[in-house]
Design a protein around this ligand. Structure first.
Ligand SMILES: [Fe+2]
Length: 532
């Protein structure tokens, strides 16, 4: 039987191949590294249902990504061999002025995802890219390279966003991100997927407006299908097609509130959790436009990295989950226990903290941006029952005050220029100032902007008693909003302007975009000035 006939037969038999037993048998009889390139199968449907994406721009290039599939919520529907795609990067949307082209293998080992680290591009330039498989072209993506080293662009413009629970809201805000003109990039701080089970009526405390595709995710296969479910959403795909992303992960890419080698679930052994992390990181890597430096090694991954925007901004993407000490005092919101005063406590872990401190001390750019996950500024949320005892969220930097003080003292002592910390995770928007010593409300050394969620926690409200109490108890916090949306940041060498953009509802389509607040920070003065 010739190979083309065999692959057509494979396609027609793919129903028979479903199931772990069949896949395991295939894996056992094939080399782990597929050298042989199979002829492209005859596609039964669009081979690019998950669209395209780009990410991690450098001055000379950017990562472009896609994933081939014939059955993204099922077994993928492709022969278990490497398939060769063509890729093209062009100056124009019509692909008449090509800036790069080549071929790349979509391997079954990486779920037929491909990432090309394109080089040879011009700095601070817009490009268009696409893939071609068996004569079928993918959608066209727009991307942008970083400014050249030692040059200062007049302005940068980017979005901070994350927390996109599929069941709890539509991705309307992503449609608005897609329409943002001239973005340099989108920082996605994480919670790109949620690992929980399918819910038809209620999803956590919120109405389920649509349903997950499986029980709680615990296998590589299930993680892969969960990413596919999210990426089949046209609004999310539109945002990827429009802008490059810097992606990080938070907790739900793996498991709620995990910390380094410790699952927050009761009774999960470290060995079992390592397996879960290995599956989660592989699926994350496969689904994201990441460089090969971020390829996981089993349960280990180096996701923290630096991206420079010429001499305008030094961006450090942080991993605040993978190397932290376990949440003290049993996690959750509560008064501090003795563990919180541990002077050796870590959010970043020694290696990442050392890397960050070195990077910050050497930063010569105007803005030092930390793109990270969990709230860094102090937030004493008090008690609902009226007692005056301070209470903190033990999943945030508040639970590791020694680590926060180390970082912010370093910022002060090393004269790190213009610290701006970008955060997410808590499904509400906040703005405030960062101080090494909150007990004495000492001088601020930076500002923090916390993005609300794109869809997690449903329609939301403007404000309610709990966050009002936090505003009252924390004079360094200037703003709260409880709607869905994202943060748009524009910076030049004189000022950074941040807009908290919101959608009034995510439970039905068509929500407009409204601005809830606008803040300005002047270079050299870590203070928030409200503009609107
Ligand atoms: Fe979240």
């Amino acid at each position: 039987m010739d190979s083309v006939t065999r692959h057509i037969l494979d396609l027609s038999r793919r129903g028979l191949l479903r199931g772990a037993t069949a896949m395991a048998a295939l894996a056992a009889t094939r080399p782990a590294f597929a050298q042989r390139v199979a002829p492209m199968p005859v596609f039964q449907s669009d081979p690019f249902p998950l669209g395209v994406a780009s990410g991690d721009p450098w001055p000379d290039g950017v990562v472009i990504w896609t994933r081939l599939s014939q059955d993204p919520l099922g077994d993928g529907g492709l022969p278990p061999e490497a398939l060769e795609l063509r890729w093209e990067v062009a100056e124009d949307e019509g692909f008449t002025r090509l800036a790069g082209r080549g071929t790349v293998l979509a391997r079954p080992e990486l779920n037929y995802s491909v990432r090309v680290e394109v080089t040879g591009l011009r700095p601070a330039a817009t490009y268009h890219y696409r893939f071609i498989a068996g004569g079928v072209a993918s959608p066209v993506g727009r991307t942008r390279t970083a400014p050249a080293v030692n040059t200062r662009p007049a302005q940068m413009r980017f979005v901070n966003a994350g927390c996109q629970h599929y069941e709890q809201g539509l991705f309307t805000a992503w449609r608005h991100v897609a329409a943002e003109p001239d973005l340099d990039f989108v920082f996605h701080y994480g919670d790109y997927i949620y690992e929980g089970p399918a819910n038809r009526e209620r999803s956590g405390n919120f109405p389920a407006i649509r349903s997950h595709n499986s029980p709680a995710v615990e296998t590589l296969d299930a993680y892969r299908r969960r990413y596919a479910l999210y990426q089949l959403d046209a609004d999310l795909r539109a945002a990827h097609h429009a802008h490059p992303f810097l992606v990080s992960f938070d907790d739900h890419e793996v498991d709620n509130n995990w910390a380094a080698a410790v699952s927050a679930r009761v009774g999960v052994s470290p060995a079992d959790f390592a397996l879960l992390k290995a599956a989660a990181f592989q699926a994350w890597y496969e689904a994201m436009p990441l460089r090969r430096a971020q390829m996981p090694n089993g349960p280990d991954i180096i996701a923290y990295r630096g991206i420079d925007w010429g001499t305008l901004a030094s961006i450090s993407v942080l991993d605040t989950r993978g190397f932290r000490d376990d949440q003290p005092c049993g996690d959750r919101v509560k008064p501090v226990c003795e563990e919180v005063s541990n002077p050796a406590a870590h959010v970043l872990g020694p290696a990442q903290e050392g890397w960050l401190f070195g990077r910050l001390a050497q930063a010569e750019a105007v803005w030092s941006i930390l793109a990270q996950q969990v709230m860094m500024m102090r937030r004493d949320v008090g008690g609902a029952d009226g007692d005056d005892q301070p209470r903190y969220d033990m999943d945030k930097w508040d639970a590791y005050p020694a680590a926060r003080t180390r970082l912010l003292n370093h910022v002060r002592q090393a004269r790190v220029p213009n610290l701006a910390v970008l955060t997410g995770d808590i499904h509400t928007a906040w703005a405030g100032t960062l101080r090494p010593d909150y007990d004495r409300e000492g001088p601020a050394v930076g500002v923090e902007f916390v993005s609300t969620s794109m869809s997690s926690a449903g329609d939301g409200r403007e404000i309610w008693a709990g966050p009002q109490r936090a505003l009252d108890r924390n004079p360094h916090i200037a703003f709260f909003n409880g709607r869905r949306g994202y943060t748009l940041i524009e910076a030049d060498e004189r000022r950074m302007e941040t807009r908290f953009r919101a959608v009034p509802y995510v439970s039905r389509p068509g929500a407009p975009l409204v601005d809830r607040a606008r803040f300005m920070v002047e270079a050299g003065r870590p203070e928030l000035i409200r503009l609107g």
